[in-house]
Design a protein around this ligand. Structure first.
Ligand code: SAM
Length: 193
């Protein structure tokens, strides 16, 4: 039972691109109400339910407070873009590198299309910067974007650091016409560019 339908977007992405596996450490940004976190916990075995498989770890952050997900560490009421939040996440990781960074974050829409699109792109760059600092070699990254002129440039920037970058429109996201995801795989290291 997932907390919202968004779960099916991540399930679809992971079924196709295999970005999560047992034992992985995952950061989930913009995680409330928690359905991507539920999927990440299952697929990384952060709840320890898959016997004899490595146990993963999931760290989830959102501006909103949301209910605990067994197996995940939740940071509610925190803005991912602030230095304090990122410091808290770094401390939680305690030197462990992450294998996958997820962002389903969306800014509060002002209704002014250009401004909203710029703020979602800014969120993506914030996530990308954090991912570059915290990721293990070969790590993956998924960010939500809205179709706009800045996306090709973001995609090119991601390609400097990841072996493959795909634009993905999951079936479960059909209702939201502008939304799609950039799925980056195979982190090459921050000095790759
Ligand atoms: N993936 C989630 C799930 O499956 O349950 C749904 C995420 S919802 C589409 C987007 C979330 O991004 C909202 O809960 C919002 O509060 C959060 N968000 C937006 N900006 C944020 C920020 N700067 N820091 C943390 N969370 C943010």
């Amino acid at each position: 039972n997932y907390r919202c339908r968004s779960a099916f977007k991540l399930l679809e992405i992971d079924d196709k691109y295999k970005i999560l596996k047992p034992g992985d450490a995952v950061l989930d940004c913009g995680a409330a109400p928690g359905s991507w976190t539920q999927v990440a916990v299952e697929r990384t075995n952060a709840h320890g339910k898959i016997e004899r498989a490595p146990v993963g770890a999931v760290f989830s952050i959102d501006l909103l407070h949301f209910h605990a997900v067994p197996g995940a560490t939740i940071y509610g009421g925190m803005d991912f873009t602030t230095p304090l939040s990122q410091q808290r996440l770094r401390e939680a990781l305690a030197g462990r590198q992450v294998n996958c960074v997820l962002s389903d974050m969306a800014p509060n829409a002002t209704g002014v299309r250009m401004l909203d699109q710029e703020s979602i792109t800014n969120l993506c760059y914030e996530v990308l910067r954090f991912a570059l600092a915290m990721s293990a070699p070969q790590a993956n990254l998924v960010v939500k974007v809205w179709d706009n002129g800045d996306v090709p440039k973001l995609e090119r920037n991601m390609l400097k650091f990841y072996e493959k970058v795909k634009r993905v429109k999951p079936r479960a996201s059909r209702g939201d016409s502008a939304e799609h995801f950039l799925v980056a795989r195979g982190y090459k290291g921050a000095t790759a560019a």
